[in-house]
Design a protein around this ligand. Structure first.
Ligand code: ASP
Length: 414
């Protein structure tokens, strides 16, 4: 009898638990255990994430062009685009409200630690922001190859949209380009399958390293701030994503989270939505999202849809403000919702990017950006949860848009 292969989510779950166990053992051993995970386990996780990063530009480029071409006409592309952006914007605004509600409950009940005396020592060098118009201008590449080399995903998406649309409009004369895209995409899909099959290794090694080196931080003074963010992440996932999958797609919350599990766990350990893209595509496909639609929604989502990041930015803002003795008014909260929504859209789908964009929210409120230094040490722990939520939102959106565009196919059927 042929031996049945263990499913990928199961392999990832086992790798996750084993990683935590090994990480705990190494942290008990002490410094040599921590050094071991950092020097000998983490590099394998890094290799894996590098492999994902190296395929992410061709995956986004080819999958978006292929998705646009499979949709067949620009009207459908426009309709999918509008529904996707509306879903992203609404869910991100809700995420900000959820983040603010929990942050205010925690701050009001004095559950946040008072790090007021550490403000002077907080050091953080923000990146310079040149304003929204220059961000808008930067979305349009002046050199296509540079966008690929720098893995500037928003620019890669713009290039894909222009090429996808132009190949379609070129009709018969664009046939060669169409065939080339579909042939290269078939190749990159095979490569993606191979890299994804290695994901348990990435999950195990990263989890062991994070548990060994950051475990103590969870128990440290910021534990309640982390808890607040995680409550926000969980409430948003259950309330917004599983409910939208239930209401719009007719999928039970259990089926939804089970289907998205592999991508969620992978995002949790890799802390990069962009690197998780190949896994999210696989999950969305298995859950029955239309391939042409998820080929469009997921790359866009991994670049601009960051609800976990928005929740984190709201919680971090309220926490930092309370340490600085600033009480945010309702008007300022509205500003937080707007800037955190924009900041999360501008956040790249890579590790730690959300913290860099937090500077924008603080700056708008006139809170010294250097105070981000208070939470830098535990950013990875925030990042694991927020990336997990970001990716879950992308998958939920691809299912909903598939349904709104005329039905979802049977799970697992191409
Ligand atoms: N790491 C997150 C992501 O890739 C972005 C962030 O840092 O908030 O989705």
């Amino acid at each position: 009898m042929k031996k049945q292969k263990m499913s990928l989510p199961m392999q990832i779950l086992i790798a996750l638990v084993a990683g935590i166990v090994v990480g705990l053992i190494c942290s008990v051993i002490g410094d040599s255990g921590k050094t071991f995970t950092a020097s000998y386990l983490k590099p394998f996780g890094d290799i894996f994430v590098n492999l994902l990063k190296f395929i992410v530009v061709p995956v986004v480029l080819l999958s978006m062009i292929d998705g646009i071409l499979s949709m067949g006409d620009m009207k459908k592309v426009g309709s999918v685009g509008i529904k996707t952006v509306v879903y992203f914007l609404c869910t991100t605004a809700i995420a900000c409200v959820i983040g603010l509600i929990f942050a205010n409950i925690f701050a009001g009940a004095n559950l946040f630690p008072d790090l007021h005396d550490q403000l002077g020592a907080a050091e953080y060098e923000p990146k310079a922001f040149n304003g929204f118009m220059s961000v808008l201008v930067d979305i349009f590449p002046s050199n296509m190859w540079q966008s690929f080399v720098n893995a500037n995903m928003l620019q890669v998406i713009v290039v894909s949209l222009f090429f996808g649309g132009s190949i379609m409009v070129a009709g018969e004369r664009g046939k060669l380009a169409r065939d080339i895209v579909s042939s290269f995409y078939a190749v990159i899909e095979k490569l993606m399958e191979f890299v994804i099959s290695l994901s348990p290794i990435g999950v195990f090694t990263y989890m062991a390293w994070v548990t060994a080196t950051q475990g103590a931080n969870i128990l440290g003074s910021l534990a309640l701030v982390i808890l607040c963010a995680y409550i926000g992440y969980i409430v948003h996932a259950v309330l917004v994503y599983s409910l939208s999958a239930q209401v719009f797609v007719g999928m039970s919350p259990i089926a939804f989270f089970k289907g998205a599990f592999a991508a969620m766990m992978f995002a949790f350990t890799s802390t990069s939505s962009a690197a998780t893209l190949p896994v999210s595509k696989e999950c969305a496909h298995e859950m029955g999202a239309e391939d042409d639609i998820s080929a469009f929604v997921l790359p866009l989502g991994s670049t601009i849809n960051m609800d976990g990041t928005a929740i984190y930015q709201c919680v971090a803002t309220v926490f930092i403000a309370s340490c600085a003795g600033i009480h945010l008014t309702i008007g300022q909260m509205v500003i937080v919702v707007v800037t955190a929504t924009l900041a999360s859209i501008g956040t790249a789908g890579v590790s730690g990017a959300g913290m860099i964009m937090l500077a924008m929210v603080l700056e708008t409120l006139g809170i010294p950006v250097a105070y981000i230094g208070l939470i830098v040490a535990v950013d990875r722990i925030f990042d694991m949860g927020r990336t997990c939520l970001n990716v879950t939102g992308d998958i939920a959106c691809s299912l909903c848009v598939s349904k709104w565009e005329g039905g979802r196919k049977k799970a697992g059927k191409r």
